[in-house]
Design a protein around this ligand. Structure first.
Ligand SMILES: C[S@@+](CC[C@H](N)C(=O)[O-])C[C@H]1O[C@@H](n2cnc3c(N)ncnc32)[C@H](O)[C@@H]1O
Length: 205
């Protein structure tokens, strides 16, 4: 059993076509569910190499990408250095630590980050503090599975049930607006290039 080294994986992250396919599906789902109009300010949790933020940027006012892995942030920062845009920023921080964020956002979202966090209820409380009144949170992640998604790699959670997402959201003062449609379920894995499923929770303060 091996823990995931995101610094090492950052170097080849974008070469995996499954990641690009997943990002496309996430952009479509967030646009459809959140009614993005190009003005909302967003906080991305666990932004990785920034591909999702880059794809979402045309539909949002601004995005602050955050990630605890310096290797991931380095990849994203290199893209921004090559093609600067006032809409996108990235910072290396642990959202569960003393992250020092003080601004508030219309939207906080994550894709495939939550199952890498042991203390998800704690994370939701910390992130909810960064939402403006009426702000929303969108969580895209694995539906509870048998662990085969990560194979020999160790992760804190083998996905989540809808009840967990709803209960943890409620404990963070978030009201559940809608759950994901599970349109990318495990049985459709092959046609979606390895994207096994998501449990989306859209919540508002
Ligand atoms: C599976 S990757 C997903 C990256 C990206 N969202 C994507 O879909 O390509 C999970 C990311 O979450 C980040 N992460 C995990 N725990 C974190 C924390 N406590 N604070 C900030 N980032 C974290 C990892 O460093 C990693 O880059």
């Amino acid at each position: 059993m091996t823990p995931i080294d995101f610094n090492e994986r950052a170097k080849s992250w974008d070469a995996n076509p499954a990641h690009a396919a997943r990002n496309q599906a996430v952009v479509a789902a967030l646009r459809q569910r959140l009614g993005l109009d190009g003005t909302q300010t967003a906080l991305e949790l666990g932004c990785g190499t920034g591909e999702l933020a880059l794809a979402l940027a045309p539909f949002l006012g601004s995005i602050l990408g955050t990630d605890a892995s310096p290797g991931m942030v380095e990849q994203f920062a290199a893209k921004l250095a090559e093609k600067p845009t006032a809409k996108l920023r990235v910072v290396c921080l642990d959202l569960l630590g003393d992250h020092g964020l003080s601004e508030t956002f219309d939207l906080a979202y994550s894709a495939m980050m939550l199952h890498h966090v042991a203390d998800v209820p704690g994370l939701l409380v910390r992130v909810a503090e960064r939402l403006r009144p009426g702000g929303r949170m969108a969580l895209v992640d694995l539906v509870t599975e048998d662990g085969s998604f990560h194979g020999e790699m160790v992760v804190p959670h083998n996905g989540f049930s809808e009840k967990e997402v709803a209960d943890w959201g409620a404990a963070a003062g978030l009201r559940l607006l809608s759950l994901g449609d599970h349109s990318h379920r495990r049985e459709e894995r092959s046609s979606l290039s390895g994207f096994p499923g998501h449990s989306g929770g859209l919540t508002a303060r």
